[in-house]
Design a protein around this ligand. Structure first.
Ligand SMILES: [Fe+2]
Ligand SMILES: [Fe+2]
Length: 364
């Protein structure tokens, strides 16, 4: 039998959070849409060992079609195309394992935020729903960690993602938890899962993402349906604070995360014997690739999904829209962000009426 210890070598030191525990004595259904979502979640539970086929080895050639998550499609450069097939397979395997590791650690954060919401949200239906989400997230941690280990190895969490998870866990404001986790982090993840699922040809990966993405669509719907009920009850100051919290989460994940992503990429390139200088000089083709990127994709995840979600929830005032416009323009230029904030707001897509259908449709 394995030795059992109270302190495990892999755990962090704990930290205190400001989460409050709220008892609710009314057990009747009160927020109908959340009660329905809870019933749907209970009906849709799945079991990793029973429902996914873990028996086959990962087909690395098929796996090489999985997207790498780079803002620029390196795989379209002449340098990438000149690399031996084995190197491309190895690069994809390690890069995707790094990317999935970030989702894995995010899933652990979501597991703990969902657990806190059971304590902190004041409505019974919202507590019930958060309980089902806690179960979902445990399963997501289970399947991502298992898949990554089958593929390669789990790599450490990036500091920006860790910072957002800490902030979302530490705040005593349950609405900030919902906005930070269900709307921003899960909104961006949903967008990425949709793309990965559509592009990969690896059967187990596709199957896993199908199950996870169905759960995530519900988590996002929970955030939207609950927050849109809450926002009209807030004072102007509280609403502004919530809007700014969403802005900062989105900005950190898009802006500051990219540096850590690049450092991790360089390390992986060196591990497989790719010369970073040669790879980077292939980025001289970047301008052309960027043009292709902006032609092919009208909206990125923030503009295409997170901002429409915030707008639907009543958290996209002209004031905060201007800040979003500024940071998107700095990152992606006028073509994506448009010339001014009015034009930017007008061209935003609506949030899909049926997120599940959107999830399994074609990518943009
Ligand atoms: Fe999840
Ligand atoms: Fe989730």
């Amino acid at each position: 039998m394995k030795e059992f210890n109270l302190n495990t070598p892999t755990q962090d030191a704990g930290y205190k959070t400001a989460t409050q525990v709220v008892f609710q004595w009314n057990y009747d259904p009160e927020v109908e849409e959340l009660r329905n979502l809870y019933v749907k979640a209970a009906e849709s539970q799945w079991v990793s060992e029973r429902d996914l086929d873990w028996s086959a080895a990962i087909d690395v050639e098929k796996f090489a079609t999985s997207p790498l998550g780079n803002p620029v499609r390196l795989d379209k450069t002449a340098y990438w195309k000149s690399l031996p097939k084995e190197t491309v397979i190895e690069l994809t395997r390690r890069t995707v394992a790094f990317r999935l590791s970030q989702f894995l650690h995010g899933e652990q954060g979501a597991l703990m935020v969902a657990g806190q919401l059971v304590n902190a949200v004041p409505h019974t239906d919202a507590k019930f729903y958060a309980a089902t989400q806690t179960m979902d997230e445990a399963r997501h941690v289970e399947v991502f960690s298992k898949y990554i280990r089958k593929l390669d190895e789990v790599r450490p969490i990036g500091p920006v993602l860790k910072g957002i998870l800490d902030e979302t866990l530490e705040t005593g404001d349950w609405m900030k938890k919902l906005v930070g986790m269900q709307i921003v982090v899960e909104g961006l993840s949903l967008y990425a899962f949709r793309e990965m699922r559509a592009m990969t040809d690896e059967p187990l990966f596709k199957q896993l993402l199908t199950y996870v993405a169905k759960d995530e669509s519900r988590h996002h719907a929970y955030g939207v349906q609950y927050i849109e009920r809450c926002v009209p009850c807030l004072s102007d100051n509280d609403r502004i604070e919530l809007e700014d919290f969403a802005l900062e989460c989105a900005r950190s994940l898009i802006d500051r995360n990219s540096l850590g992503f690049l450092t991790a990429l360089f390390q992986i390139w060196q591990e497989v014997g790719v010369d970073p200088v040669a790879m980077l000089s292939s980025l001289q083709e970047r301008a052309e690739l960027m043009r292709e990127l902006t032609h092919g994709r009208r909206f990125g995840p923030v503009q295409g999904f997170v901002i429409p979600t915030l707008r639907r929830c009543g958290l996209m005032s002209e004031r905060v829209a201007k800040h979003f416009h500024d940071f998107l323009q700095q990152n992606f230029g006028k073509r994506i962000a448009r010339a001014n904030v009015e034009e930017f707001m007008q061209c935003l897509p609506d949030l899909p009426a049926d997120t599940v259908q959107w999830m399994f449709g074609e990518t943009e």
